[in-house]
Structures are given as structure tokens and as C-alpha cells.
Design a binder for this molecule. Structure first.
Ligand code: ZN
Length: 532
């Protein structure tokens, strides 16, 4: 069954389908797809096209064929139509819409047509047409469009909300492209969370991902304040290169537009010149058309000049000054006592377009990509505050350290001090205390050393404590201490005041016992030797 083709595709003479040979049509459609990939919102794409005076091509389905391409100012419907069209991903689809008479408006053609969900399409065949985007990209786009619709339905998207979460309205799920909304979780709703509700809308029982706001907001704050210090020109420089790149792409669009207009002038001129001089009426008509085409070229040239002047403003030294001025003031404004949470959000909107969040790339960490207003993007990791050590980025390392320090005979408080000095923090981002270590030891089933009682005779690494060495060699602990000071025994301490670890391999034990039998006087003998 032959389907009407969208403007980006053309049925060739042989009946097969190719890309529309008009390079400008192709380029504009590509621009729609790449812009949507960057901005994630059909509305933003429309605004972008308006800002740059770029109309969209379409092909009216009615009237005699072959239908010509018409260019109109971009509308939301047109952009969504392009993004929704599976033909641009190479797929042949039949039965994508259904007529719904209850929604039809009297006397209005085309109303009452409703899109069906993909699983109810009658026919879906992949790789039938040359594609502008891959099927995967098409699917991602559908997800984003749907997520946007949900957030539009709930209220103004992107408008700063009331809560304290900085990214409210600009957090985007990196897993599915859906917008993330602010929710409060916890027994009494005390934890603000960015929740991807895309999956929630399809499978009510499962969320795509939730991201606690606290660590993310802290990281965003840090990055923003750090990135905008006057010394750091990274962002400003990124602006330059990004604007230049975008500039080149737009230059191309303008060039194509001018080329087309000039071609039409040329054609009108040829038509005019081809008319017999005596056929005055036709000649006059054609002359008028020629003149109109010329005026159109002039208009486009003027628009182009205007655009160039406007665009070039964004990369002047003036602008650089402004960026730097903001950089200078921002830290002060940000932390001023009069600056409210809403103000900070507003400030952030000036700098950041959106932030992609991904909780599942690495255990205990959240990956974030900041899409700066300048067009630059930067990637960061935020350590999550999680409640379970198994979920914690440093969980394994901490367990290993605690086990080692414990094996060294350190008391809980000393272990806590050691962990803090080494830069570890609890899963809540707090410094360790003795009681935290105690809880962890219970969790990992590590025995308690009794600070008032005797140390164990042997440490888990095979070395002996002073008491253990004394028992093994049949001497008083004081002798062991003396020998340690004299260097007769080899031992070490984690730090001054912590238990000794005495290395006593078999030959060493024999050597020391031999030495003892030579020097021992009867009153020093201890009864019984521990079995070794
Ligand atoms: Zn998601």
C-alpha cells in the first residue's frame, strides 16, 4: 500500500523512495533532529527556528502531483509532526492514526484524528526508506516528547518551583530522556528526590530512577561557583567554540536559502526571456514574477545581514566582559543572606539549560551532565548519600580499612580517627565516630578488643601481641617490651600507644628460646607455655 510521503522523502521515477533531492529540505530536517537532540523539547526547537528565521518545508497532500514543497514559519505541530514521523527513521507504517469522531470539530478537516500507540499500528516495517535518524533515536525522541507532554500537562515546565531543590524543572533523566520531577520521600517526606516519572507513567509499579537532590545540588553548586571564578575561562572559552560551531551550521542554512532564492530569480529571468516579445501580457506577468523573486532575494539578504549582526554580538569582547563580570559577582550573590532559594534557582537558569542525571552508571555515584546555556556541556560525578554501605562508593574500601585497622588491634575511636584522616566519610557524608565504627564492626562481625583487658595473643595477620609473645616465649610481658626497645625482637605499631605487632617466625622463636635457656634464672620461669 502506497503511503503519502513526508516532505523529506520523494518517490523516484522507478517507484522506489529516496531522500528529497532538495538539499535545503534535507538540511532543515537534519537541523530539526539535531536541535531536538540538544534541546530535548519541541517547543525549544520551534523557538530556535523562529530566532534564526528558518521556515520549515512541507508538502501539501492535496492538489495535483507532483506536489511542490512549500516553506512556512515553523509551528509546534509541524516540528512534532516531523519528530513523530517513523518514515524519517526509515520505517514504513500503516495505521498510525485513527479517526475519532467524538474529537472532530464540525467543518474542520483533519480534526478528530488521534495517534495510536505503537503496539496498535497495523503495519510497521523497518528499513524501508532512506533514513534521517536511526530507529533508536526515533524511539528516544518519542520518549522525550511524551515526557515533555506530561510535564506540560502538570504546569509550566522549567519554571522554578517552591522547594529547595536547585534543579527542579531542569533535571532530565539520562536513562530515558524524560523530565525529572521533584518528589519528597521518606517516612515524613523529608528527603527531596528527583524522580523520573517517564517509566512511572507507563508502568505504574516501577520507576525509571530516583535521584536524591542533596548530593546533586551540592555538586551543582560547587561546579557553578568553581566554573565561574574569574580565573577559570573554561566556560567562556567553550562558549566561543560552541557558538562558532553553531554559527557555521546556520551559515550553511542561510547559504542554501539564498541559493534557492537566487536560483528562482534565474529561472524567472529565463522564463521572461523565453517569451515572444509580442506576447506582452505574459511577458508583463513574468516580469512581475521576476521582480518578486528579486525582491525575495533582497529580503533574504537583508535578513541574513541582520542575523549576522545579531549573532556576532554574542561573540564580541563585550559579551566576554559580561561573562567575566558575572563570574566575579556570582559567588557573592549566591551566598548573600538576602538571596533566597528561588533566587538561586533563577540564577542557575541563567547559566544552565538542563542537567542530565544517571544513577546507575556506577554504584553509589550519580553521573551528571550539565548543559550550559552557552551550549557547552560538562560531565561530573556526585557521591550519593545512601543509607546502605553496600551501595556506597567507598563501601568496600572502608570495610577493608576497618578490617585491617581492627586486625592491627586499634580501638573503635582510633579506627574512626584513622578513617577520617584518610579522607573517608560515612555513607551520610559525616566524619566517622567510634560509635559508627562499632556499628560497622557488628555488621561485619568483627570481635571487640577489650581496651581494659588483655590484648589477644595473636593478631589475625599472624603476628603476636606483647602478651602473646610473652606466653609463647615463657617470659614476662615487661621483658618483651624491653626486648622490643633493645631491638632483640622485631615488632611494629600502627601508631604510638597502639598494640605491638611482633613478628615471631619459627627460627626466631628457636633462637630466642636458646638465648633464654642460657640466661634464665629460676625465679623468672613461668609455669606452663601456651601451645603454639
Ligand atoms: Zn527515566
Amino acid at each position: 500500500m502506497r503511503q503519502p510521503l513526508p516532505v523529506g522523502l520523494t518517490r523516484l521515477a522507478g517507484g522506489e523512495v529516496g531522500l528529497n533531492p532538495d538539499e535545503e529540505v534535507q538540511a532543515r530536517l537534519h537541523l530539526v533532529f539535531t536541535t531536538f537532540a540538544e534541546l530535548s523539547s519541541a517547543n525549544a526547537v520551534v523557538r530556535y527556528l523562529w530566532r534564526h528565521h528558518l521556515p520549515l518545508p512541507s508538502r501539501p497532500l492535496r492538489g495535483p502531483s507532483p506536489q511542490v514543497t512549500v516553506w512556512d514559519e515553523a509551528t509546534l505541530d509541524a516540528v512534532i509532526g516531523i519528530l513523530h514521523n517513523p518514515a524519517y527513521a526509515g520505517a514504513y507504517v500503516y495505521g498510525r492514526t485513527v479517526r475519532d469522531p467524538t474529537r472532530a470539530k464540525l467543518g474542520r478537516r483533519g480534526t478528530g484524528v488521534r495517534d495510536l500507540p505503537m503496539d496498535r499500528w497495523a503495519v510497521l516495517l523497518h528499513d524501508r526508506y532512506p533514513a534521517y535518524i536511526s530507529w533508536e533515536t526515533f524511539m528516544v525522541n518519542q520518549g522525550r516528547l511524551e515526557a515533555n507532554q506530561h510535564s506540560y500537562a502538570r504546569g509550566r515546565p522549567g519554571a522554578p518551583g517552591r522547594g529547595d531543590a536547585l534543579l527542579q524543572g531542569i533535571a532530565v533523566c539520562a536513562r530515558c530522556g524524560g523530565r525529572m520531577q521533584l518528589h519528597y520521600s521518606g517516612p515524613s517526606g523529608e528527603y527531596p528526590v528527583y524522580v523520573c516519572s517517564h517509566t512511572r507513567s507507563q508502568q505504574p509499579e516501577r520507576d525509571c530512577q530516583d535521584v536524591r537532590t542533596l548530593a546533586i545540588d551540592r555538586e551543582i553548586e560547587r561546579v557553578v561557583l568553581e566554573a565561574l571564578t574569574p580565573d577559570t575561562l573554561a566556560i567562556a572559552l567553550a562558549t566561543m567554540s560552541e557558538v562558532e560551531r553553531e554559527d557555521a551550521a546556520l551559515q550553511k542554512q542561510w547559504q542554501l536559502r539564498l541559493e534557492r532564492a537566487r536560483y528562482e530569480v534565474e529561472r524567472a529571468r529565463r522564463q521572461y526571456e523565453a517569451v515572444e516579445p509580442e506576447n506582452r501580457l505574459v511577458a508583463r506577468n513574468l516580469e512581475t514574477q521576476w521582480e518578486e523573486k528579486l525582491r525575495a532575494v533582497e529580503q533574504i539578504e537583508r535578513d541574513y545581514e541582520g542575523w549576522r549582526r545579531r549573532e556576532q554580538l554574542t561573540v564580541t569582547a563585550d559579551d566576554r566582559e559580561q561573562i567575566l563580570a558575572l563570574a566575579q559577582d556570582l559567588p557573592a550573590i549566591w551566598s548573600a543572606p538576602t538571596t533566597t532559594a528561588a533566587d538561586r534557582k533563577q540564577l542557575l537558569r541563567l547559566l544552565i539549560d538542563s542537567v542530565l542525571l544517571d544513577n546507575r552508571r556506577q554504584v553509589g555515584q550519580t553521573w551528571l551532565q550539565i548543559n550550559w546555556r552557552t551550549g557547552a556541556t560538562t560531565e561530573h560525578w556526585a557521591r550519593r548519600s545512601v543509607r546502605s554501605y553496600a551501595d556506597y562508593a567507598d563501601g568496600e574500601q572502608i570495610e577493608e580499612r576497618v578490617r585491617t585497622l581492627h586486625a592491627d588491634g586499634l580501638m573503635d575511636a582510633a579506627i574512626a580517627t584513622a578513617l577520617n584522616t584518610e579522607g573517608f566519610r560515612t555513607s551520610h557524608g559525616q566524619p566517622f565516630r567510634g560509635s559508627t565504627v562499632y556499628v560497622l564492626r557488628k555488621l561485619w562481625e568483627l570481635p571487640t578488643w577489650n581496651p581494659l583487658g588483655r590484648n589477644p595473643t595473636r593478631w589475625p595477620d599472624g603476628t603476636y601481641s606483647v602478651v602473646g609473645a610473652a606466653e609463647l616465649l615463657g617470659v614476662f610481658p615487661g621483658t618483651i617490651s624491653l626486648w622490643l626497645r633493645q631491638g632483640v625482637l622485631h615488632g611494629w605499631q600502627i601508631s604510638a600507644g597502639t598494640p605491638w605487632h611482633i613478628s615471631l617466625p619459627e627460627p626466631e622463636v628457636d633462637r630466642l628460646r636458646a638465648r633464654l635457656t642460657r640466661t634464665r634464672s629460676p625465679h623468672m620461669r613461668r609455669s606452663g607455655r601456651p601451645a603454639s
